[in-house]
Design a protein. Structure first.
Length: 302
């Protein structure tokens, strides 16, 4: 590790301690990630984004804090938030490990506990009325009375419109989504709002050890979640995103989840329905075939 002076100085301002070395970390789709080594031996991860949208990192910090509240009840682990400001967040470093079936089962049970911690409404986090972000895109969070309403007006329709504006879906595909929205009340079972991660694709699940907890090098990996877009929603949303992007040992994790907190009848048939939102987000961000894929899945439910 060398020392990037600008990043090191900014981290020192926020942490109140010396940064002795920095190193770039690969893998981030949106933010620049930098590993920090501090003079007290702590290792941390700093995320930065030039010209970040207003409230971008504040929303992430709020979401991390809200998810962390469920850890005491056995919820999924979140790295300690060491500092946050308008231009960055700094988290405690999680040393990478190797995923196993046992770790995946533990993750399934922990995710069930996080979801069971609940939310006061379908919508944004308590005490934080602001909209959030999904990647660089705004994420509407204003609450709604039912999941069907929230999914329609806060998750599907805004991104259908943006995807059309960006040429990622056709007018005929837009009509398919609009017809589907009229059927959501009949298709989606009502449950109390769950405490969702909100962007739970495979890349946002880390398998590793927290060396500050006394875990020895080479200890079995445990699961952690990062980069949340948290809100109160239907728990099948997080599970659908895990299935869309291929969590390792997913059947084991889902079986452990269902044992801890049984899922509603027919949940497997609704996986594709809840995958429409992340597919539309990808259509808005990168185009490609994501819009057409989402429209094809939507047509199944008409």
């Amino acid at each position: 590790m060398t020392r990037h002076p600008v990043l090191a100085r900014r981290a020192e301002e926020l942490l109140g301690g010396a940064v002795v070395a920095t190193a770039p970390v690969a893998g981030g789709d949106v933010c620049r990630a930098t590993k920090l080594r501090l003079s007290d031996g702590t290792t941390a991860l700093m995320k930065t984004l030039p010209q970040a949208p207003a409230g971008f990192f504040e929303a992430e910090a709020s979401a991390l804090t809200w998810l962390a509240e469920a850890q005491g009840a056995g919820g999924v682990q979140v790295p300690d938030l060491l500092a946050a400001d308008a231009d960055c967040v700094i988290l405690r470093w999680i040393e990478p490990g190797k995923v196993s079936a046992d770790a995946a089962a533990d993750f399934g049970r922990a995710l069930a506990a996080t979801h069971a911690a609940g939310a006061p409404a379908f919508g944004g986090r308590p005490g934080d009325p602001r909209d959030g972000f999904i990647a660089r895109l705004p994420l509407p969070q204003r609450s709604a009375d039912t999941w069907a309403e929230f999914y329609a007006v806060r998750r599907l329709l805004p991104y259908v419109k943006l995807a059309r504006d960006r040429g990622a879906v056709t007018d005929a595909q837009v009509a398919t989504f609009e017809r589907l929205v009229g059927r959501l009340t009949a298709l989606l079972p009502e449950e109390p709002p769950a405490r969702l991660h909100g962007d739970l694709w495979n890349g946002n699940v880390l398998w590793g050890t927290d060396t500050t907890s006394g875990a020895a090098p080479g200890a079995p990996a445990t699961s952690w979640v990062v980069d949340p877009a948290a809100y109160g929603g239907h728990r099948e949303m997080d599970l659908a995103m895990l299935a869309l992007f291929g969590l390792p040992h997913l059947p084991v994790a889902l079986a452990a989840y269902d044992e801890a907190t049984p899922l509603a009848d027919g949940w497997e048939d609704r996986v594709a329905l809840h995958q429409l939102f992340p597919l539309l987000v990808h259509a808005c961000l990168v185009g490609g075939g994501y819009g057409a894929r989402a429209a094809t899945l939507a047509a199944r439910y008409l």
